[in-house]
Design a protein around this ligand. Structure first.
Ligand code: LLP
Length: 430
């Protein structure tokens, strides 16, 4: 962490207090060098291990034209889950052949757009989608590479709402009850569909590799069986995202390279055990690329002290720019960016400004003496912060700034009040 002579926090070579002055708050600030470093940890580790791989950035973590430009520059692929994310990718001139489409209820329009834009692959999720896909490929006389998303039946250790690989899940085809195999049949039936392999995603914000290792074993067990019985050889195994990052000192994630090393090692072991050829390994990190590269600046407003109970420090954002504390009881760390050298002499709670008691960004954080106008930073808000922003209480969405080597640049404008009523129509009395 860099602090300048004035005791101000410096992000990517830029004074955070100055950023708050220039762009206003709440403000998302991304350190671009940090994003690049995260991306390279994944890509370079695969290269060093000599394994053919694709690292697809899960754009649900944060999607905007600027971030997708960086992701493109770093040579990553892209995971999109909606027409909106696909549209953003195309606006950023992301190469279509490196885009993968996900979703447990893809619409006809989404599939059609993916087909017409000739994206790299569709990760097929359910039987309804298989029928739609066949119909649309016939209609447009096109072909498509697909992966089959399977649910391996793994319980990763994370919050229930971000678990996805367990048996009782809305995502994917079940491996253990024959549905995945049935999907393979239906897909191989079509000459226009090329089944390239399997996909699974076991959850998000996972620290241990045990869950990933178990998932790999389940996938290869199925692949060995399918090879024997259907002559199906997977060219690709996509192990999803979910690599955990540090939000507070309690979080102890592994270095990103280590996740990759352990995954590759397990895939190699399974492949040797079943005498299968080594497939390409694909992963889809979202949080691990942008999460700890982003932070949010807020201005302190009202301070309410309840003697002997608690001090509420209200800021000018909250659950509209960071839903994670309210939704997952997620924990964050904070500092006062204009008082980085001051002694932390009190414990306060940081409240958002929504009319909702649950709109608390942090319960109990140590800070120096505070006044209204001080600038607070919450760290590691780069993933699922801006992307889950909402208009509750009709607050306009925050702005996003990128900093790199002492330069700063607005990459998403702050919404204005006009934006909030832009789609509203007056009611004409009949
Ligand atoms: N691939 C698939 C199929 C996914 O469903 C997800 C996340 C990812 C990749 C990326 O996972 P990551 O590497 O970012 O953990 N809103 C929640 C997280 C939901 C994740 C949903 N799927 C949060 O704020 O924690």
């Amino acid at each position: 962490m860099e602090i300048n002579d004035q005791g101000h926090l410096v992000i990517g070579g830029v004074d955070a207090v100055q950023l708050a002055k220039d762009y206003g708050t709440p403000l998302f600030v991304y350190d671009v060098e940090h994003i690049r470093r995260n991306a390279r940890s994944f890509v370079q580790t695969f290269q060093q291990l000599g394994v053919k791989a694709q690292v697809a950035y899960a754009s649900k973590a944060f999607s905007s034209i600027a971030i997708l430009q960086i992701i493109k520059e770093e040579g990553l692929s892209l995971d999109v889950v909606s027409q909106g994310e696909l549209h953003t990718a195309l606006q950023a001139e992301f190469p279509a052949e490196r885009i993968h489409l996900h979703g447990n209820n893809k619409s006809k329009a989404e599939l059609e757009m993916a087909i017409m834009e000739q994206i790299g692959c569709i990760v097929v999720d359910n039987f309804w989608e298989i029928e739609l896909l066949k119909e649309l490929l016939n209609k447009h006389n096109r072909e498509m590479d697909v992966l089959i998303r399977v649910t391996p039946g793994i319980e990763a250790h994370t919050h229930d709402y971000i678990l996805t690989g367990q048996e009782d899940s809305k995502f994917g085809f079940d491996l253990w009850n024959g549905q995945a195999e049935q999907a393979l049949h239906k897909l191989m039936d079509s000459e226009r569909i090329h089944v390239k392999g399997l996909h699974c995603h076991i959850g998000s914000q996972i620290f241990e590799t045990t869950g990933f290792v178990m998932a790999v074993r389940k996938l290869f067990e199925a692949l060995a069986d399918w090879k024997k019985r259907h002559g199906f050889a997977a060219e690709i195994v996509n192990l999803g995202g979910g690599f955990g990052i540090q939000y507070t000192d309690d979080d102890q994630p592994l270095p990103l390279a280590l996740y990759v090393e352990q995954l590759v090692q397990e895939v190699k072991e399974q492949m040797a055990y079943y005498s299968l050829p080594l497939p390409e390994i694909w992963i889809e990190p979202g949080r691990a690329i942008v999460g700890d590269a982003g932070a949010t600046l807020y201005t302190v407003g009202a301070i309410k002290e309840i003697p002997g109970v608690r001090t509420y420090v209200s800021v000018d954002g909250g659950m509209t720019d960071n839903l994670r504390p309210a939704l997952y009881q997620a924990k964050y760390q904070a500092d006062v960016v204009n008082k980085m050298y001051d002694t932390k002499n009190q414990t306060v709670s940081i409240a958002g400004k929504c009319c909702e008691s649950g709109d608390m960004l942090i319960w109990d954080v140590d800070v120096p003496s505070l006044q209204s106008g001080d600038i607070i930073i919450t760290y590691s808000t780069g993933a699922y912060g801006y992307s889950m922003s909402n208009h509750y209480n009709r607050f306009p969405k925050a702005a996003v700034v990128f900093v790199e080597n002492g330069h700063h640049q607005l990459v998403v404008k702050r919404e204005m009040y006009q934006d909030l009523t832009r789609l509203d129509l007056p009611y004409e009395r009949p």
